[in-house]
Design a protein around this ligand. Structure first.
Ligand code: PEP
Ligand code: MN
Length: 299
């Protein structure tokens, strides 16, 4: 007989939507300020790879808010592939993010790289981002989980689904159920794109876990021209939202400029996504109606 998902992922029972008896758990809604991730609303997180200057972050926040984003992204602590690249403004960057939140009402997601920094980052951020390079840093995961803040857990670039689910399980084991999974592309033999966007992995996560799933087309593509296409695929694969890099002048960005959209490109992507998001909502309505009917028939 075919192995069930609860059997296949027996090590991480709490992240799965079905328990080993086949009983279905409720989907997790992660509350952030006055909205939630994982419910009916498709949530867009947008902003620069790194916080650079006050002007840069405030202008970006204002723009993406007007175009429909709910959450401002921006790194103050940057894990980089090269030790000689820009590593972030640190505390000064956190303060600029908080200022942008004050001025726009956007929530803030930003990365925490070290367990020592968790209290400081948690003071400024609405959501703690755990980067791809930190996904298996269990002491960081524990400290971040214990802060009680929602967490955006990015898939490690060489992490299997099992590895990814184990990290999520560890956060739940530390008393924090506000976990958002993020597919940001994985390393494969293909090197034309920065990473390989794992659409099947995203669809699987939506099918077998109860946690919200967010697509990161920017780090998956590594190239701004591919970002809108991958964003569409994310919506179609069932994502609850997107995290996208946007910069006022991508060619001058201090990090990840080649994959960052400028304001016009971001607006074009948002327009292009609107019908796909509407379709997704129709699909959800139909599924909910079918579930309600099934429940009525039983009851
Ligand atoms: C980022 O979000 O800018 C980032 C560094 O992402 P990742 O950890 O997925 O590489
Ligand atoms: Mn980046």
């Amino acid at each position: 007989m075919r192995e069930t998902w609860p059997e296949r992922f027996a090590e991480t029972p709490d992240v799965l939507i079905d328990d080993h008896r086949g009983a279905r758990r409720e989907r997790t809604l992660v509350p952030v300020r006055d909205f939630a991730i994982g419910g009916g609303e498709f949530i867009v997180m947008a902003g620069p790879c790194s916080v650079e200057t006050e002007r840069q972050i405030l202008a970006t926040a204002e723009h993406v808010r007007r175009s429909g984003a709910r959450i401002l992204r921006g790194g103050a602590f940057k894990p980089r592939t090269s030790p000689y690249s820009f590593h972030g403004l640190g505390l000064e960057g956190l303060k600029l993010l908080a200022k942008a939140r004050e001025e726009t009402g956007l929530a803030v997601v930003t990365e925490v790289m070290s367990e020592c920094d968790v209290p400081m980052v948690a003071e400024y951020a609405d959501i703690l981002q755990i980067g791809s390079r930190s996904m298996e840093n269990y002491s960081l995961l524990e400290a971040a989980a214990q802060s009680g803040r929602p967490m955006l857990l990015k898939r490690g670039m060489v992490a299997t689904m099992g590895d990814f689910l184990r990290s999520a399980q560890l956060v739940l084991d530390n008393g924090n159920s506000k976990v958002i999974l993020c597919e940001r592309g994985i390393r494969t033999f293909e090197t034309t794109m920065r990473n390989t966007f794992d659409a099947a992995g995203m669809a699987l996560l939506k099918q077998i876990t109860h946690l919200p799933v967010i697509a990161d087309p920017s780090h998956a593509a590594g190239n701004r021209e591919l970002v809108p296409g991958l964003a569409r695929i994310g919506v179609a694969a069932g994502a609850d939202g997107l995290i996208v890099e946007v910069h006022p002048d991508p060619d001058r960005a201090w990090s990840d400029g080649e994959q960052s959209l400028d304001f016009q490109e971001f607006d074009a992507m948002m327009d292009d996504l609107a019908p796909w998001i509407a379709l997704r909502e129709r699909g959800r309505d139909r599924r909910h109606a079918a579930e309600a009917q099934a429940l009525e028939a039983v009851g």
